[in-house]
Design a protein around this ligand. Structure first.
Ligand SMILES: Nc1ncnc2c1ncn2[C@@H]1O[C@H](COP(=O)(O)OP(=O)(O)OP(=O)(O)O)[C@@H](O)[C@H]1O
Length: 675
């Protein structure tokens, strides 16, 4: 039989309530007695010390050191990158284990932070995120090329001159130190500092200067991401390899959940791989703390439902749930598992409505009992009149039975059925042959990330002289590699960005990010040189001779190459089955019709506050209705369908005239909807 994780509850995902802010205050009082002296750290690791002299004892109490209680870190011979307080002081300053809000620190503490080199704007707004750490200096890194562009950050490759290690620097810039965006970043930092696991990206340090309005998060450099790797022509994952990646993902997630953290944006491009195939969960920009079920005594604060990239977003979030837990990450994990076998994303929806429809078509619609007990805010509109049958088994009949059993559990349409990471790790999938490969036994791949794929495609297009506009080509490449549109979860983030931009209307943020001079401020810039192989990443190294290769050859490959292409535009959108949806509440009808058709351009949409909780009121804002209020859902969906068809026809014409590839259909559709 399949795995035994169908009835799990998040029992293992508990977190202990630990220290209170009182401890932090205590620590801050201690700190007040101390003063800094500067002393240059030696290059080379363990001997390095940034002195922090206790004025009484003259003892060095602050060192550049590996957390001494971190066996894992030591074992992996990671050197240390962030100057930290001693173990004792650090323990006192640790963020509380179950923290749901970003609390401010005392004036004394803030003062100490400023003395330590943090800018006061940061210390005052995000004191807790930087507690116990002192900033690294930009000039202790040699900055190399830009390797990624996120929604609110740019990522650079760099060399840490103190350790000679290659790192990734994630640059977050704040327009006028906007407190809200600083707090968002602080939440990410606090969460990252809470986590310490080989399968979770470790925050190694922070770079800032007193003057600059930006900040860099320092991470270990990772050569690949799972999404980019999976879509590489010629790369076929074996079952043992898929198990290897899934095991690491589940272990990393188990750690997050145990520490009370929901990732809320699990997708292939956020699963980074080093050259030895070690997987780390990255990008905690949407992550938040949550209360497990055992915290009933505490009033649960609502969470926002506008998280998780659309293709990986579970039905309850699409239905407006604000009371959820680890099960949202379990759903995304199920999508990834099926995708790895399938060779392409399994539910590439373009709108929330279409996404929900795809989910119902594949996973069936929830039971009557679920609709009743869940009281989801959008249920009145989206409860189908006739239930949808589940067809996961038929759809994925080529999967090994133990894999299918796990997919069935993880993609349970009702969240309670999805179990936990711990249960998934105990499932038959991991207990049956072929067992998960050891990461280091897998082939070494050329460095290749989703962003590399995009860049390469854009470059190829430029060479071909297709003359397509930049943003169009971005969409093509995104679609062509079956990567979800980045604005699929932009609802939450656009407002942050808008805020930043709004307060700095001379130059757009992206212009600033792309200005090499501005970006380079304070860094030693790498001299132009060829051959990055010395940096120790992915060189295809005769892996054909390795035992892993033999093992791979003997195994079935599940990745259908052609499938890694564009999830092609299809007319079978929500409109097809519009009649399934009950139309009960005209207000929701109106909201959803607008949501379906209108890009939330000027949106201050339903957005969780930085304290980690949703707004008390359901609030959605739109740029303006495209359908008249009071229209019925059938009409609205028909209109949607019509617009899509017009867009498709237009794309076909464009394709002929512009000699573009067939991804143009999607571009045209996106363009028609103002995306
Ligand atoms: N440690 C790392 N090593 C190598 N590349 C990285 C690393 N961290 C991030 N990147 C690259 O930078 C890109 C953006 O990073 P990240 O996803 O953390 O930023 P973000 O602004 O939160 O992005 P998003 O818009 O996806 O939420 C990633 O897609 C990834 O390719």
């Amino acid at each position: 039989m399949g795995c035994n994780c169908s009835k799990g509850t998040p029992a293992n995902d508990t977190v202990k309530e630990t220290r209170s802010n009182a401890n932090i205050d205590k620590a801050s009082k201690k700190k007040k007695k101390k003063s800094f002296t500067s002393s240059k750290a030696n290059v080379g690791g363990s001997e390095e010390r940034a002195s922090f002299i206790n004025s009484n004892s003259k003892e060095a109490t602050l060192g550049l050191l590996i957390p001494s209680d971190d066996a894992e870190t030591k074992k992996s011979s990671r050197s240390v990158f962030q100057r930290q307080l001693t173990t004792e002081t650090r323990a006192l300053l640790q963020p509380p284990k179950m923290m749901t809000r970003i609390s401010s620190v005392s004036n004394g503490e803030r003062g100490a932070q400023v003395v330590a080199g943090w800018p006061s704007w940061l210390a005052s707004v995000a004191g807790e995120a930087i507690n116990g750490w002192i900033p690294r200096k930009a000039d202790s890194f040699e900055r190399m090329e830009k390797i990624g562009q996120g929604t609110y950050s740019s990522v650079y490759k760099a060399r840490d001159l103190e350790t000679n290690q290659i790192v990734a620097l994630k640059k977050v810039r704040f327009a006028n130190m906007d407190p809200e965006s600083v707090r968002f970043m602080a939440r990410e930092i606090i969460i990252l500092r809470r986590l310490d696991h080989p399968n979770v990206m470790k925050l190694q340090g922070l770079i800032t200067s007193k003057a600059s309005g930006s900040m860099y998060l320092v991470f270990e450099y990772m050569a690949h991401d799972l999404s980019g790797l999976a879509s590489t022509p010629g790369v076929n994952f074996s079952e043992a390899q898929i198990k290897c990646y899934m095991k690491q993902l589940l272990r990393g997630l188990e750690h997050c959940h145990t520490r009370g953290v929901l990732h809320r944006d699990i997708k292939g491009s956020n699963l980074l791989l080093d050259s030895d195939n070690n997987l780390k969960i990255a990008d905690f920009g949407l992550a938040n703390f949550y209360y497990g079920d055992h915290h009933h005594q505490k009033k649960k604060e609502p969470l926002t439902s506008r998280v998780v990239t659309l293709w990986y977003r579970p039905p309850e979030l699409l239905l407006g749930s604000t009371d959820y837990g680890v099960t949202v990450d379990m759903w995304s994990t199920g999508c990834i598992l099926a995708e790895l076998f399938n060779g392409k994303p399994i539910m590439p929806g373009r709108t929330e409505v279409e996404q929900l429809h795809k989910i119902f078509k594949l996973c069936g619609s929830p039971s009557e009992a679920y609709w009743k007990r869940s009281k989801l805010s959008h249920a009145t509109v989206f409860k189908p009149q006739k239930p949808y049958e589940r067809c996961v088994a038929e759809t994925f009949k080529s999967l090994p039975s133990s894999a299918l059993a796990l997919v069935e559990v993880l993609l349970a349409v009702e969240p309670e059925g999805r179990g936990t990471t711990t249960l998934a790790l105990q499932s038959e999938f991991f207990a049956t042959k072929p067992f998960a490969s050891d990461p280091s036994s897998l082939p070494k791949y050329q460095p290749k990330k989703e962003t590399d794929v995009k860049l390469r495609e854009e470059e190829a297009r430029r060479k071909k002289g297709t003359g397509s506009k930049q943003n169009e080509s971005k969409q093509v490449s995104r679609e062509s590699k079956a990567v979800p549109a980045p604005d699929a979860n932009a609802e939450l983030l656009t407002s942050i960005q808008k805020k930043r931009q709004g307060q700095n209307n001379q130059t757009s943020m992206s212009e600033k990010f792309n200005n090499p001079n501005e970006d380079a401020a304070g860094f030693l810039i790498e001299p132009l040189k060829s051959g990055t192989g010395q940096n120790g990443y992915g060189v295809s190294s005769g892996s054909g001779r390795s035992p892993a290769r033999k093992e791979l050859r003997g195994q079935r490959s599940f990745v259908q190459r052609g499938a890694a292409q564009l999830a092609k535009f299809s007319n079978s959108v929500a409109a097809r089955d519009a009649s399934h949806f009950a139309i009960a509440n005209p207000r929701w009808l109106e909201d959803w019709s607008q949501r379906l058709l209108v890009k939330p351009k000027d949106s201050t949409e339903h957005k969780e506050s930085i304290l980690g909780h949703g707004d008390k009121t359901e609030r959605m804002n739109y740029s303006g209705p495209l359908v008249s209020a009071g229209g019925n859902l059938d009409q609205m969906l028909k209109e949607h369908e019509r617009q899509i068809q017009v867009a498709v026809r237009k794309a076909r014409v464009d394709k002929k005239t512009n000699n573009r590839d067939d991804h143009g259909q999607t571009q045209a559709f996106l363009a028609a909807h103002g995306r």
